[in-house]
Ligand binder design. Structure first.
Ligand SMILES: [Mg+2]
Length: 109
């Protein structure tokens, strides 16, 4: 699926941008969904000796999708397309790779 098509589809189930506290709702939702992923990873570490082959891929895919929905809607909140988010991210990482600075720290390295 095209990323902008996904974003437009996601927006069909989003609240209006103008709704009071909507950005807070979206940001907390994104943190919640990534927390759900981390919680399930924790249980694999705790109960399955960190054997991530034990991860239920259908469940993981659903949770990643939940996080993606929030990312898409948050980007739209600022009139940024999901395609632009993806392209800029890949360009940033390719630039870092070319300059051999993928490792290390700092947002603008
Ligand atoms: Mg979820």
């Amino acid at each position: 699926m095209d990323m902008n098509a996904y974003q437009q589809a996601a927006l069909r189930t989003a609240a209006p941008k103008e709704k009071k506290n909507e950005l807070f709702h979206l940001l907390l939702g994104l943190v919640g969904e990534t927390g759900e992923i981390a919680e399930k990873a924790k249980k694999i570490v705790r109960d399955h000796d960190s054997d991530f082959a034990q991860w239920d891929l259908e469940d993981l895919t659903k949770e990643l999708g939940d996080a993606l929905w929030y990312l898409a809607v948050i980007a739209d909140h600022f009139d940024v397309s999901l395609e632009d988010v993806a392209q800029r991210n890949i360009a940033k990482l390719a630039d870092r790779q070319q300059r051999a600075v993928l490792g290390g720290s700092g947002d603008n390295r």
